[in-house]
Design a protein. Sequence first.
Lengths: 245, 260
Amino acid sequence: MSNVITVEPADYMTVAMARIIQDGERVFHGVASPIPAVAIQLAKKLHAKNAVYLSIAGYVDAVPSQFSHTSTAGAHLGEGAVSEFLLSDIFDLSARGELDVAFLGGAQIDQYGRINLSAIGSFANPKVRLPGGAGSAALLPTVKRAILWKTTHDKRSFVDKLDVITAAGNTAYVITPLAIFKRGNQGKLQLYSIFPYSSFDEVVEHTGFPIEKHDHFHKFHPITEQEFTILQEIDKNNTRFSEFR
Amino acid sequence: MSKLSSIQDAVQSIENGALLALGGNALHRSPIAFVLELIRQEKKDLSLIKTAGALDVDLLALSKSIRSVYAGYIGFEMLGLAQNYRKGVQNGEITVYEHACASVIAALRASIYGVSFQPINGFDGSSLPELTGLIKWISCPFTNKKTAVVAALKPDVTIIHTNIADEKGNAYIDGSVYEDLIMVKAARRTIITTEKVISSTEWKEKPQIPGFLVERVVHAEKGAAPGSCAPLYTIDDHEVHSYLKNPKKYLERKVAVSHV
């Protein structure tokens, strides 16, 4: 009898991110980004061997032997790196139009792929003060493609109107535990793909803005055995689950 | 003359109301021993500059030592929000000058270049310029292109924690450098805390920070704990969790006894 393998939303999100990364692209993640950190390594072991891995830790093409459940900003993300390339260099790279992919998050995301990481309520008198957008206000308008992700998919997160527009710009994809949105007509997010355990109706029910299907809407292609095996090798400590609480 | 100083004397040189840049990033290599001494000496009305802050800013928010924060991100990454900072802002005690991390760097660079503002590519579509007043739009005098500019930030004092320093102020960071070198160059004066003090004749590494930019050197072993200082120690998850569970108790324990 074979072992039953349970594939979790975090696995789908990681594989979905990895598949979007193209060979040769310069790819960046910042703080609090365990799923992107693993996804970049996965892409580099599969179809994107020449992707350039850049991170807030300030190194190029690190191959970390393990990841942390607490942080994605530490010097452990320099392990195996060839050279330094500091965060300030990465911002400059994006500013001059030479950063291909940035992974960014949002407490709220709207249908234009804009994000709020500043405050719930008003900025001046917030109900909840949020951490702040980190690099996003500079990166989102200048990076070629931003991939947003969020580990909760509900109407509080995917909203019709942001409380504060922390950043706007070149959002290409948004990845959630249920689905993948892709930017389509008039700069609006459209439903591009859904994970096997999810449905169109479920996504509609949990999203605060109107849902249109993308022209290439499809069921997410199953995770391959190779993807799953390498994913588990890369993320032995299961840090990709650390954002799910 | 030796620049070695006790942590108490170094903190005594900080005036209430000072604008401080703190090195490190998130829970990594930030000058926590120095922050705790600021709290012991009951410094008030401080303003902080950080790209990404965590325990450092949250401790100073808890002790009600700060009136404003210039930063891109304040939080404990996967461990959640910086609750005392959050409360301080929500109560109106702390003013947030929310930047992008990139614009904190640009604002510091303005000071490095000796000018009062710095153009930066970004912020299109963001409400932050209007909400904070720190970013303004100008027309480029050469191309007429609409360009974001950020006001200079000049720290009164930059405090960074390093792996090794000598008595002349030369200092070396092993592991991620983050924005520390930019913070040092932008500041009116710099205080170094360090894991290890050596004689200036003993260097095997090449210090990135030249002593002439440094005013004081404080020997502070485990000076970034419970954060990390690579490669010497990683984040002490147990201690960070005990802080998050009961910040006041944690702070009382830390303020009572200086380990430096």
